[in-house]
Design a protein around this ligand. Structure first.
Ligand code: ZN
Length: 540
């Protein structure tokens, strides 16, 4: 309670409008207007934001249940069936119109409420990662399902942020009869970077004015300008001829040989590629047993570079090597491009507005237990032991050093098609390992719950800015106009390619029975930690 009061005070003291003489008076006026009946006129911008802040605070329990439920589903990319059903169920019950199975993706959806302009979208990822299963609240490796999928990046919290924010903004628009449309979208299979390209091409963002994206972080921050890397995800399959491995090996043409030769060639070539490039591969099929010459083999490559043009050349080089490997081994090669995404480019006016709201909300008040867990996990992973962040990060400027731009996120595809901004909300522990079980430690604990509530506040306040300040929308549009003046988005995925929705299907079929037993039941347990019987925090 004391903390809540403190937050209110800080929000009040940072209030932007400065017409009224005294801060407390100004605040009271704004707030009483915000609570006035529907017939009353729309409260001030700051009054409406304060109202949203209060409503989200009151929905802490709802947000926590969403964070914990999606954590317990732990579904991999394109197999997020329970997650998608759960999110759309909540939104539908709240009055959103749902379109399911969009862009050829059974787990994709669009939820919409309202009418007319502006149209403001919320987007967040929904998928987990293989082999990252982890008991929440435990500072060392303790999987819920050994070898199983988990939220080893924390994608379970993003929709909790957005759905909470969208529902609250919806209630305020309805109450004060403010025109506009709200949409909620999922980032399906973000870990495979494989949905946004298809969503753009299906025209899902055509009439959208702005996208408010969010992603879990250990910071409370945002940024603008170019970031991350452009990527092509592609599989080269080689087709040879089988034979007895000992009886008649000369009759065989090994597809695995082609895969190995391609990889050797690529690894030599690395020395002569730009220092900014990244590439990695896994062999998804290398044959069945040693005494059968492998007739089929597949290698899956991720090519990454600083921008669209460069990644396109890198991809072309990879394909040339695959062809050469086929030539060397008398096999044939076919390619399936699975995903392609540009580097991100977030919108400056939107980032500035969001950052101002982040500053008003501030970092959550962490408990001593939260800090104990964070420090123990940092120690376990040999990270810098500094606990959880307690101050809001400065607005991040565009990075000029390519080596700071490692990962990719297909929200980039959206950012080249309409003004987009990405909120990083503070639901995770700093200095852990990404795409790893350790990044799941905090994700169904009070750290994730408080961070998601803080994120929802910043997200809702920014949406309110967009509905009430047409000049912000105008500025966002004009920045986007500059961004795309000479560089127009085009797809890195060949025309007519369907989304690779078969990915992860087998693996999820294997783990589903075990996952179903672990589903969070909020009717019986107030938190997932309680259901699992985890003492919070559990440290060595
Ligand atoms: Zn992610």
């Amino acid at each position: 309670m004391a903390h809540r009061q403190a937050r209110l005070l800080s929000l009040r003291s940072l209030s932007e409008s400065s017409r009224l003489p005294e801060r407390p008076l100004r605040f009271l006026l704004a707030f009483s207007l915000a609570l006035a009946p529907a017939a009353a006129q729309t409260p001030s911008l700051e009054g409406l934001k304060e109202h949203a802040f209060q409503m989200i605070e009151a929905r802490r329990g709802f947000t926590q249940i969403m964070v914990d439920s999606i954590f317990s589903f732990s579904e991999l990319g394109f197999q997020e069936f329970e997650t998608s059903r759960y999110i759309t169920g909540l939104l539908e019950k709240d009055g959103f119109r749902i379109t399911r199975g969009i862009a050829g993706m059974p787990t994709g959806f669009v939820a919409e409420w309202g009418a007319g302009k502006p149209v403001v979208g919320f987007m967040a990822d929904i998928d987990g990662l293989p082999e990252t299963s982890q008991k929440p609240g435990v500072s060392y490796h303790d999987p819920l399902i050994p070898g199983g999928p988990g939220h080893g990046e924390g994608h379970n919290a993003g929709q909790a942020v957005n759905v909470t924010a969208a529902m609250v903004v919806k209630d305020l628009l309805a109450k004060y009869k403010i025109p506009g449309t709200i949409r909620v979208y999922p980032g399906v299979a973000e870990e495979l970077l494989a949905s946004r390209n298809y969503m753009v091409r299906a025209g899902l963002f055509k009439d959208l004015d702005v996208m408010l994206s969010c992603h879990v972080s250990s910071d409370f921050s945002t940024s603008y300008g170019p970031s991350g890397t452009a990527l092509v995800s592609t599989q080269y399959s080689f087709h040879g001829r089988s034979a007895h491995g000992a009886g008649s090996p000369w009759m065989g043409r090994s597809a695995l040989d082609a895969v190995e030769l391609m990889n050797i060639a690529w690894n030599y070539r690395r020395e002569h590629l730009s220092l900014d490039h990244r590439s990695h591969y896994v062999i998804t099929h290398g044959g069945d047993q040693p005494n059968v010459v492998p007739p089929e083999a597949t290698v899956w490559y991720f090519f990454r570079e600083l921008n669209f043009e460069k990644v396109r050349s890198l991809h072309a080089l990879g394909t040339k090597m695959a062809r050469a490997a086929a030539e060397m081994t008398d096999t044939t090669m076919t390619e399936q491009v699975l995903a392609g995404t540009w580097e991100s480019h977030m919108n400056k006016p939107l980032a500035e507005a969001l950052h101002a709201n982040i500053k008003k909300v501030g970092l959550p008040a962490w408990s001593e237990q939260d800090q104990i867990l964070a420090r123990a996990a940092q120690k376990e992973l040999n990270g810098k032991v500094e606990g959880l962040r307690t101050t809001v990060a400065e607005l991040r400027l565009p990075s000029t050093d390519g080596r700071n731009r490692s990962g990719s996120d297909d929200i980039a595809e959206v950012s080249w098609n309409l003004p987009t901004v990405n909120l990083r909300f503070p639901s995770n522990i700093p200095n852990l390992v990404g795409h790893h079980w350790s990044s799941g430690i905090a994700m169904a604990t009070p750290i994730a719950h408080k961070g998601a509530t803080a994120g929802a506040k910043a997200q809702a306040m920014t949406a309110i800015d967009l509905f009430l300040r047409p000049e912000l929308l105008e500025a966002a549009r004009s920045y986007f106009g500059e961004q795309t003046k000479e560089t127009r988005w085009q797809s890195l995925v060949p025309e007519g390619t369907p989304p690779p929705i078969e990915l992860n299907r087998e693996r999820m079929t294997r783990f589903r029975p075990a996952l179903e037993k672990l589903r969070y039941d909020p009717t019986r347990y107030s938190t997932y930690l309680e259901q699992l019987g985890v003492n919070y925090p559990t440290v060595r």
